[in-house]
Design a protein around this ligand. Structure first.
Ligand code: PEP
Ligand code: MN
Length: 371
């Protein structure tokens, strides 16, 4: 059971203390406090864990400081959608809104290779009105002999350039807790020139210790990719680990499933699950067409498979697109064959707009029919 308190409830107020005393005296129930400090208000939610079936929603609603009460089903307690659940489906980070109603594009380098490529990429993003990007510094690679990413050494120039070109949020995968400290330090040294969305890659979806560490901090939002060989339920539970440790600024990423049934694509594209994840949870849903498709193959209509699946995800309501671009894919150290060209960025963005408009029209149409 979740108790949403009246905004700006003060922890030192008499009513709040009375509420906690009451809850602490309920047999078999433990209470966990979660506070979300926003620019305008502080929201406190109390999670009652244990035998909450015996409690009446009406009784609890009448307790001091309580605004609303949500009885949660067992699944995805914090991130899930529950009956009479009006909790928010969006969050703001570094002035960028991420939600189930919005759409953000993160075009950028799979892996940072040179400062020049980072700068060219960011300049083109700015010219195209983009404020988000992807930049891989820590790369989990199949072979230990492959390029592993420049790691912390590239962070200062990546962050400085992001500041220079107005990039507000960079999606960056981390594979170890020390990367979190390295990112914090570099951000601090560059005067917080930009923001970071930490990415949990598909190889680490069930790295529970990493999830707990990333979940315990609330400075950075998290993009967690679906595990490529586990069920959707297992991946959604992995996302719930982040929230259960305190971080609810979580985006869920679809990136295709590992099976040869998807050949000739690198992974079996799973964007039909966009509306499913939006129905089951309150997370914004990201699609990664690059790692799903893995090639620049085009169909007879001239449209690249990567662009086709992007449109398919967006017309189904996707909220974020993570996509590989490279100024010179032949020179890319990771995933060059799937990178889109910089001159394709305006086309890609226009194609996205068409699909997004179509999605919004579909949602409107269905409302009219229901209304
Ligand atoms: C990536 O986005 O760079 C990446 C490695 O993706 P995934 O974890 O989905 O393979
Ligand atoms: Mn990649």
């Amino acid at each position: 059971m979740i108790l949403i308190l009246v905004p700006n409830t003060r922890p030192d107020s008499l009513e709040y203390k009375q509420l906690l005393t009451h809850l602490n005296n309920l047999p078999g129930i433990t209470t966990r406090v979660h506070t979300e400090v926003g620019t305008e208000q502080t929201l406190t939610e109390l999670y009652l864990v244990g035998n909450t079936k015996a409690l009446s929603v009406d009784d609890i609603r009448n307790l001091p400081c309580v605004d609303r009460v949500v009885r949660v089903s067992e699944e995805y307690r914090i991130l899930g959608r529950h009956q009479n659940d009006e909790r928010s489906t969006s969050f703001t980070y570094n002035d960028v809104v991420f939600g189930q109603e919005t759409l953000n594009v993160f075009a950028g380098l799979c892996a940072v290779d040179t400062l020049e490529h980072v700068e060219i990429m960011m300049r083109v993003l700015q010219e195209n009105g983009q404020v988000c990007t992807r930049m891989g510094a820590y790369k989990p690679r199949t072979s230990p002999y492959s390029f592993q990413g420049h790691g912390k050494s590239c962070l200062p120039y990546v962050f400085d350039l992001a500041g220079k070109y107005g990039i507000k949020v960079i999606a960056m995968e981390i594979t170890h807790e020390v990367h979190l400290d390295e990112i914090r330090t570099a951000l601090h040294q560059t005067g917080n020139a930009t923001g970071i969305m930490l990415q949990i890659g598909t190889r680490n979806t069930q790295n529970f210790e990493l999830l707990k560490i990333v979940g315990r901090q609330q400075d950075f939002p998290v993009l967690i990719k679906r595990g490529f060989g586990i069920t959707l339920d297992e991946s959604l539970n992995a996302a719930e680990y982040l929230a259960s440790e305190g971080n609810r600024k979580v985006v869920f990423g679809l990136r295709g499933m590992k099976t040869n049934m998807g050949d000739p694509h690198r992974n079996f594209v799973d964007f039909a699950h966009v509306p499913v994840v939006k129905r089951l949870t309150r997370m914004p849903v990201c699609i990664d067409p690059s790692h799903s498709v893995g090639t620049r193959a085009a169909s007879p209509d001239g449209i690249l498979d990567i662009m086709h699946v992007t449109a398919q995800g967006i017309i189904a309501g996707a909220n974020m697109v993570l996509v590989d671009f490279h100024p010179s894919p032949g020179k890319a150290l990771v995933d060059g064959p799937q990178a889109l060209l910089l001159k394709e960025l305006p086309l890609f963005l226009e194609d996205i707009r068409i699909a997004r408009d179509a999605y919004l029209k579909r949602a409107e149409l269905v409302k009219q029919y229901q209304g």
